[in-house]
Design a protein around this ligand. Structure first.
Ligand SMILES: Cc1cc2nc3c(=O)[nH]c(=O)nc-3n(C[C@H](O)[C@H](O)[C@H](O)COP(=O)(O)OP(=O)(O)OC[C@H]3O[C@@H](n4cnc5c(N)ncnc54)[C@H](O)[C@@H]3O)c2cc1C
Length: 477
C-alpha cells in the first residue's frame, strides 16, 4: 500500500476541504461498507465517515453470522427482497474476495405441539419467498442427520441454503474494495449536522466540514439521531434490541453439523444453536428491548438460561466449556419493515432500521439505494475496472497463516494468530486502531485464555498504532 493512500485514510488527517464528493456514507457498519462498495464500483466519488476508531464497531460487531435465505422474512417486504438480493450477490462474489462460507444448512425444529402445527405455514411462507428447497423432515430423519440432538424433538424442516459466514472480514473486504475503487474513509469522524446548499450538503463533523451531493445515513443504532441532526426531525425511531450469546469451546463445534433454529415468533427468530466459521458453537441470541444504544452488557441469569436452552437441544453441551459471552444490539425501529427512504428534495437517503438480518441483506440494501440514486440520472457512464482485494483468512477451515512459512511465529496460541497477521492488520488504509478492531481482524485474544498469555506481546506490537495504547507490563507513564 503506498504511503499516499495510507495518508488519505489517516485518523489525524483533516477532511479534504477542497473536494466535493458524490456521496458521503455515514457509518461503517456492514450496511455502510456495502453501500460504499456499490457506489464506488459504479464510479461515484465516495467518502465514508465513521465515528469509531475502527469500522464494524456498532450493531455489526456482534451477530450470529448466519447468511439468511430470507425463508421466514415477511413476504413482499423490503427486508425480504434485500435479503434475497444480498444473499445472491454474496454467493456470486465471495470466492473472488476470498470470503469463507460454511455450507451447513439449517434445521427448523419443533419441540411441542403448537410449534409443530406452525411448521406447515412456515414451509409455505418459505416457498412464497422463493426458497423452494425448504422441505419437511420427520423426527427420525432429523435424528439421523443430527444424532446428538435431544430425543424430544418432534418434527421440523430443512433450509439447505442457510449458511454461516465471517461477520467481520466480510464488511472489511467490502470497504477495502470500495477504497480500491477510489473511496476515502475517515474514521474517528462523527457527523454532527449539516446544511443543504445549492450543490449539496456541507456536513459538519468532528474533523471539520465535508461537502457532498448526497448524504446516505447508515448510522445503525444512531440513525434517527443523525436524521434529526441533518433534517431537523426524524421520521422513524430506533428501538435497540439486545441479543446475548454464549460461545462454546471448539470441542463443542462437532455436536451439530447444522444451524439449529427454533420456530420463530413475531418479534424474534428465537434462540439458535449455531456453528461459527471460527470453529466454535454459539447459543443465542436473546431479544430484549431496551432504551440504551450502548449497553451491550451480559447478565449471569440470562446466560444461565441460554445454556439451559442449549443443553435442552443438545444434551452433550452439559459437558462442554464456555469460552466467552457477548451481546449485540439490533438497530430495530418503530417500523415493521426496514426503514429505507430516499428524499430527492433533501439529497438524503436513509438505510435505517436494518435490524436482525443486515449481514445477509447489506449487498441488497446497497443495490436498492444505488438504484434510487441512478434513477436521478447520476449513473456514471465510465466505470472503473473492478479490483478484488483479499485478506489473510481467519476461518477455521481455511489454510491459515501459521501454516505458511515466514509468518514470524505464533502470538495468540489459542486462536493460532501469527505475528505476520497482526502486523498486516495494523497496516494499510484500514489498519486497526483498537484492540476490539484487532480482535475482529485476526481473532487474537478471543480464544480459551481470552488474552491471558498474549496480551503483553500484543501491547508491545500495537503501542504505536492504537488510539488508546494498551497498558504494557512494567511500564508506567
Ligand atoms: C444479536 C444479533 C444477532 C444478529 N444475527 C444476524 C445474523 O445471523 N445474520 C444477519 O444477516 N444479521 C444478523 N444481525 C443483524 C445485523 O448484525 C445488523 O442488521 C447489522 O449489523 C446492521 O448494520 P448497520 O450497518 O445498519 O449498523 P451498525 O453496524 O450499527 O453501523 C452503523 C455505524 O454508524 C456509525 N455511526 C453512527 N452515528 C454516526 C455519526 N453521527 N457519525 C459517524 N458515524 C456514525 C456507528 O459507529 C456504526 O459503526 C444480528 C444482529 C444482532 C444484534
Amino acid at each position: 500500500m503506498s504511503s499516499s493512500v495510507e495518508a488519505r485514510h489517516d485518523h489525524a488527517a483533516k477532511l479534504p476541504r477542497d473536494e466535493h464528493f458524490d456521496v458521503a456514507v455515514v457509518g461503517a457498519g456492514v450496511v455502510g461498507c456495502a453501500v460504499a462498495r456499490r457506489f464506488a464500483i459504479e464510479g461515484a466519488k465516495v467518502a465514508v465517515l465513521e465515528q469509531a476508531a475502527d469500522i464494524v464497531d456498532g450493531a455489526s460487531k456482534a451477530n450470529s453470522a448466519i447468511l439468511h435465505t430470507g425463508f421466514d422474512a415477511p413476504p413482499n417486504s423490503v427486508e425480504q427482497s434485500c435479503i434475497e438480493a444480498g444473499y445472491n450477490e454474496f454467493l456470486q462474489i465471495h470466492e473472488r474476495l476470498g470470503l469463507p462460507i460454511l455450507t451447513c444448512g439449517a434445521l427448523v425444529l419443533a419441540w411441542n405441539e403448537t410449534q409443530e402445527s406452525a411448521l406447515d405455514g412456515l414451509i409455505k411462507k418459505a416457498h412464497r419467498n422463493g426458497v423452494s428447497d425448504v422441505e419437511p423432515l420427520s423426527r427420525q430423519q432429523i435424528l439421523e442427520r443430527e444424532p446428538n440432538l435431544s430425543r424430544s424433538v418432534r418434527a421440523g424442516f430443512q433450509v439447505p441454503r442457510e449458511y454461516v459466514i465471517d461477520p467481520w472480514t466480510t464488511p472489511y473486504l467490502y470497504l477495502l474494495q470500495a477504497i480500491d475503487q477510489g473511496a476515502q474513509v475517515f474514521r474517528s469522524t462523527s457527523v454532527r449536522g449539516g446544511s443543504l446548499e445549492a450543490d449539496g450538503w456541507r456536513l459538519e463533523t468532528s474533523r471539520g466540514p465535508l461537502s457532498c451531493r448526497l448524504a446516505i445515513n447508515c448510522a445503525g443504532l444512531y440513525g434517527d439521531l443523525l436524521e434529526r441532526a441533518l433534517l431537523g426531525s426524524a421520521e422513524f425511531r430506533i428501538r435497540p434490541r439486545k441479543g446475548q450469546f454464549v460461545v462454546y469451546d471448539k470441542a463443542a463445534h462437532g455436536l451439530t453439523g447444522s444451524i439449529l433454529l427454533p420456530v420463530p415468533s413475531k418479534t424474534t427468530k428465537g434462540v439458535v444453536v449455531c456453528p461459527t466459521i471460527f470453529g466454535n458453537l454459539l447459543v443465542g441470541p436473546t431479544a430484549e428491548e431496551q432504551k440504551s444504544r450502548e449497553d451491550a452488557s451480559v447478565e449471569r441469569s440470562t446466560l444461565a438460561s441460554l445454556m439451559e436452552e442449549g443443553e435442552r437441544i443438545l444434551p452433550q453441551l452439559k459437558r462442554a466449556t464456555v469460552t466467552a459471552t457477548y451481546a449485540g444490539l439490533r438497530p430495530a425501529s418503530d417500523q415493521s419493515d426496514y426503514a429505507i427512504e430516499y428524499r430527492d428534495d433533501r439529497s438524503y437517503c436513509r438505510a435505517g432500521g436494518i435490524r436482525s438480518t443486515g449481514l445477509s441483506s447489506a449487498l441488497g440494501v446497497a443495490s436498492l439505494v444505488y438504484e434510487h440514486y441512478a434513477h436521478e440520472e447520476h449513473r456514471q457512464t465510465s466505470k472503473p475496472e473492478v479490483s478484488w482485494p483479499n485478506a489473510l483468512p481467519i476461518a477455521e477451515a481455511a489454510r491459515r497463516d501459521w501454516q505458511t512459512p515466514g509468518n514470524g511465529g505464533i502470538v495468540c496460541h489459542c486462536e493460532l494468530v501469527s505475528r505476520r497477521e497482526i502486523e498486516e492488520a495494523l497496516r494499510g488504509p484500514l489498519g486497526v486502531k483498537s484492540l476490539a478492531g484487532l480482535k475482529r481482524r485476526t481473532r487474537a485474544t478471543m480464544g480459551r485464555c481470552q488474552g491471558f498469555y498474549c496480551s503483553a506481546e500484543i501491547a508491545e506490537m500495537t503501542a504505536r498504532h492504537f488510539e488508546n495504547p494498551l497498558a504494557q507490563p512494567g511500564r508506567s507513564e
